[in-house]
Design a protein around this ligand. Sequence first.
Ligand code: ZN
Length: 284
Amino acid sequence: MAIVNMREMLQQASRGSYAVGAFNILDYNSMRAVIDAAVECSAPVIIQTSVKTVLFWGYEPIIQWYRQLAGTVSIPIAIHLDHCKDLSVIRDCIDHGWTSVMIDASSKPFEENLALTQKVVGMAGPEDITVEAEMGAIVGVEDDIHVKQQDAHLADVEEAERFCEQVSLDCFAPAIGTAHGVYKGEPKIAFDRLQQIAQGTCLPLALHGGTGLSDEVFLRCISLGCAKVNISTQLKYAHIDGFVDYYRSNDKEYNPLKNLAAQYERLKEGIVKNIQLFGSAGKA
Ligand SMILES: [Zn+2]
């Protein structure tokens, strides 16, 4: 039960009009915070790894943390590679035991994006690994993918339908006006387009750029078809602030385990709130 791909949990979320949180971990402590938060809420959850995080630690340590932490609990937990345009990294993740991958060829023209996505689905299918693909350009910086405001464009409804008809995806990420990183001003979300793409593709949609959206925006996106919500920037802040705030109020102590415990608590607290807001608590 614990070690699973995203298929079943996202289909259930779609049917139940809630969303599964996908949290970008940075290390063992943050993975532990995500899994403990999900266990506490009895929620399905997705451990998400950026390519940078994977290359920083290496494949084997990350998958060992996952197996050890997820293998001993009963809630469903997927491990998903976030935004990846490098097929060799995707191959290595599949070979090491990731249960889910995202191919992000959204900067390529339609046919090229489709061909690369089909290739990844061909690699993942035999291993029963789920695949997410992206269309349109989500503004901001995610890993080494930089999209400037003037280059950001929303996914086209007709193109999205045509794309998803030609490749068997488990999750689809159309650009709908959200951004990676920290929002400057109120984001303009294309709710109509989101709804049309969800209905037209019949796929669970992924909401990228979740950090900083209001509760109302989250709930509306979820009600319109987002079954996976990505949270990354929030964890980066909690990771550093949890550690540093402890140091600031105990600056003579130099007991790093206490800083790490404070970091873990800060991470977990935010994740529990997200899970409760997304409606996945009690759904494991
Ligand atoms: Zn993203």
